[in-house]
Design a protein around this ligand. Structure first.
Ligand code: FAD
Length: 544
């Protein structure tokens, strides 16, 4: 007999993992072994546009977890199921084989995953297996933070204020740390039933999601598996760009004035220096929990409550963690965003240059106008956009500000359906996460909750260099976008070598003659023309 913890791709850790902790407690109570199961599902990865980098990162973490679990005499069984529809029955056949009494897992809130888990519950019920799903992805689970009318918030600021107050009103509960599982009895290894699992190895790749060897080596260097929180909290320098050396070098947990977190409130929008945590790959894959971030923030402050003051580094950083919770809430409350639909239905009819089939998931979209190809390759002729896209292509990650600039450029300058960009980011980013990515794209395309208003069409040239000429009015975060992103052009110079020798404002907006001279493309469309077209099409969705 056994208890199973079913690990999914968003909770790759053994420390502070609620379902695993509860599964372990159940196994101890019943005096039976705990085993961990992971099901590889290439069809799901395909359907949800999972990229090879994300899959490779998942496998690397699984391998290291397999070793850590083996040290506790807990077997990790990894199986592959090619037909995603049969995952529930395959899971139950595993339960039957190992005489499983109880199955534990952490909730996944996306529509396909919920439907799968409902089938699991139905099957398990018919076979007498107890099933427990836990909320573990967010600090505060979906449906807790509601408006006075009992509805989900669709505006971030009041959500965040409420989030902070609920969190601090029951801080011990929300930031509770769940200890790692208790070791199985040593003799479990000699049980014939389990011995084959201890011999199973994590595969090096999943068919259809293999990484090119040089990319694999680079990803391993830049995004090592395992926990990395301390590297953000420390004062130790990382490389100024996501560049040649590993930017996530280890350090100790201190909060001096010069640590990144201490300067986060003032520096976080700079693209040209190393200002943010770069923890998103680890949070998206669940290698660290968001609770751990909150606890670390409290430790640094030596406080018993979470600081949400946007003028302090730690407080401002916690607000970003709240954004993550916010977008998970949105997908749980408005599942239509999971199936390729805009939150603001009125923008369903916007005339994109490349109309997409509405109602399908992001993976079903057709490809690829020439302008899209140029965007993906970082050849739009707009230096800050191209730098961002080349950074994504090379590193599987780029700063939030660069994501916003390049996403808005695709939707509003090129008038390309935001779902094309959403899919490309999922395929390419190592931190690809449905809720945050969909939220980010719909914000930029002005189709989402609390979005950037449609008539704010930033000027990508002034975005990178001048103060105050991007967005100048509106909500505070829009005003913030008008701060300098790359004032000295270091970010552009790093990623766009054609422009490396260019000095001054030409770097941000090279003239046609200069572009031709240095072999850099001319812009696809002039800013004023693009702006006028976008305003027209958003104002009257359906019109060309
Ligand atoms: P920090 O600034 O150190 O923030 C700490 C953590 O807070 C992040 O790791 C992340 O988990 C969370 N966070 C920060 N900003 C946001 C945000 N705007 N929305 C939601 N959570 C946030 N984030 C992803 O994790 N996966 C994605 O696929 C993703 N796609 C995006 C697409 C677009 C178009 C945009 C505009 C944003 C997207 N984001 C995504 C959000 C954000 O860009 C990244 O989380 C952030 O850049 C990660 O860098 P960091 O870890 O250094 O963040």
């Amino acid at each position: 007999k056994a208890v199973i913890y079913w690990m999914r791709m968003g909770d790759l850790r053994i420390r502070d993992n609620k379902a695993l902790n509860h599964a372990s407690a159940q196994a101890q109570k019943d005096g039976i072994p705990l085993m961990v199961l992971f099901i590889l599902s290439p069809q799901d990865y395909q359907a949800h546009a999972r990229g090879a980098r994300r899959i490779d990162f998942m496998l690397r973490n699984l391998k290291s977890l397999q070793t850590s679990l083996a040290d506790l005499d807990i077997p990790l069984l990894i199986i592959e199921e090619t037909e995603r529809n049969v995952i529930p029955s395959r899971l139950l056949s595993v339960c039957e084989k190992y005489a499983v009494r109880a199955l534990f897992a952490n909730m996944e809130y996306e529509v396909d995953e919920l439907q799968r888990d409902i089938s699991v519950c139905e099957l398990a019920f018919s076979k007498g297996v107890r099933v427990v799903f836990e909320h573990d992805k967010c600090i505060i689970e979906p449906s807790v933070i509601l408006t006075k009318q009992g509805k989900a918030y669709t505006v971030y600021s009041p959500y965040q204020r409420n989030w902070l107050s609920v969190l601090n009103s029951d801080i011990a509960r929300y930031v509770e740390e769940y200890p790692p599982p208790t070791a199985n009895e040593k003799c479990v290894r000699s049980l014939k039933l389990f011995s084959d699992i201890f011999e199973s190895e994590t595969p090096r790749s999943v068919d259809g999601f293999e990484l090119a060897e040089n990319d694999k080596v680079k990803m391993e260097e830049v995004w090592p598996e395992g926990e990395v929180l301390d590297r953000f909290l420390s004062t130790k320098k990382r490389s100024s760009q996501l560049g040649a050396t590993n930017p996530l070098s280890a350090g100790s947990e201190k909060c001096s004035k010069s640590s990144r977190i201490a300067k986060y409130a003032s520096d976080r929008d700079q693209l040209d220096t190393d200002t943010t945590s770069r923890l998103s790959p680890y949070l998206s894959s669940g290698v660290i929990s968001s609770r751990e971030c909150a606890r670390a923030a409290m430790r640094l402050k030596k406080a018993s409550k979470v600081d949400g003051d946007r003028s302090s580094g730690i407080g401002r950083w916690m607000q970003e963690i709240a954004w993550r919770d916010f977008y998970v809430n949105i997908l749980a409350a408005f599942p239509r965003v999971c199936v390729g639909r805009p939150y603001l239905e009125k923008f369903s009819a916007v005339a994109w240059e490349n109309p997409q089939r509405v109602g399908s998931g992001p993976a079903d979209l057709q490809e690829d106008a020439e302008s899209v190809q140029r965007w993906k390759r970082g050849m739009t002729g707009v230096p800050i956009v191209d730098a961002a896209m080349r950074c994504i292509d090379t590193m599987g990650w780029v700063h939030n500000r660069a994501r916003m600039i390049t996403a808005m450029y695709l939707c509003k300058h090129l008038m390309i359906d935001w779902r094309v960009g959403e899919k490309y980011f999922m395929e390419t980013l190592i931190d690809g996460d449905f809720a945050s990515n969909n939220g980010g794209w719909q914000w930029c395309a002005s189709t989402g909750v609390d979005p950037c208003p449609y008539f704010r069409i930033f000027n990508p040239y002034s975005q990178s260099v001048k103060v105050g000429t991007g967005f100048t009015v509106g909500a505070s975060f829009i005003a913030e976008l008008s701060l300098q992103a790359d004032p000295n052009g270091d970010f552009i110079r790093h990623w766009v070598p054609e422009l490396r020798g260019v000095r001054g404002s030409d770097l941000h907006n090279p003239s046609p003659a200069l572009a031709d001279k240095v072999g850099y493309p001319r812009p696809i469309i002039a800013h004023s023309e693009a702006r006028e077209r976008a305003l027209r099409r958003y104002k009257n969705p359906g019109d060309l």
